[in-house]
Write a protein that binds this ligand. Sequence first.
Ligand code: NDP
Length: 287
Amino acid sequence: MAHLIDGKMLSAQIRDEVKAAVALRSASGKRAPYLAVVLIGEDPASASYVKGKAKASTEVGIDSDTMTYDASISEAEVLDIIERLNQDESVDGILVQLPLPAHIDEQKVIHAISPAKDVDCFHPESVGNLVIGLDGFQPATPAGIVEMLKRTGIETSGKHCVIIGRSNIVGKPLANLMLKKGIDATVTVCHSRTSNLAEIARQADILVAAIGRPNFVTKDMVKPGAVVIDVGINRVDDESRERGYRLVGDVDFEAASTLASHITPVPGGVGPMTIAVLLQNTLKAAK
Ligand code: NDP
């Protein structure tokens, strides 16, 4: 059976490190880092992510406010809010929770955030720094995955990392991180037009699923001994739960566990790591 990579435990380590660094700053008379979170509309998943981020910030001593707006807010108003946050010297990090309502251009909003406060690492300047290997903010979910691998002692150098999913949030930035000097994986990125996906996945030493479909990765896609990282967060109906659903990943966990050397659970895997990296980025922004 695969060794379970405990994202909760590893993210707690990172949060403790951030907490200690924040305490050190305040001992030297500096104010606490401040994260401004902008939430637009009433998507329950977004509201729940934002709540988790705010709670985690408070726990490590980072100040944070969630600014909530009705879904009918105009694009111009959102851009104004961001400009005010950009100008406000007491704001270190700005996070606009995605997705946005359809009438607001997501790319315009991302472009509006000052790269110096772009703790989500979505601005083209941040992405460019990542691609050419310069220091800067880390893309939260991909960097969380890399931290998991490092802290679990998993070798990445020369390993074949197959990523299923090419989104700007997960697949593409993860490919760039895994390629970075010092991490040194050989990377293949798959998507909905990939032919022979199962065959490619079976070649992976490190297989990352970031698709958004429950149980997409089946046993026949996993090479014996592979490390399986499940990024997916999917709600499936479950009448036995009070809330009527449960969260599952993109991997058939039971089946893949019989072959993989290491595997991440959902929940309790990549999700908590994502929040931990966001805290690291906010601390970096304050510095
Ligand atoms: P997107 O919907 O933006 O991207 C999904 C990717 O999967 C696309 O590249 C798409 O290909 C690919 N895909 C879809 N169907 C198939 C298929 N049949 N075969 C091969 N590839 C396919 O999703 P995200 O990257 O934003 O998120 C992916 C999952 O990860 C979601 O469940 C999301 O909730 C979760 N997530 C979890 C986070 C965490 O902290 N744990 C953070 C962010 C996301 P194509 O480009 O061709 O359409």
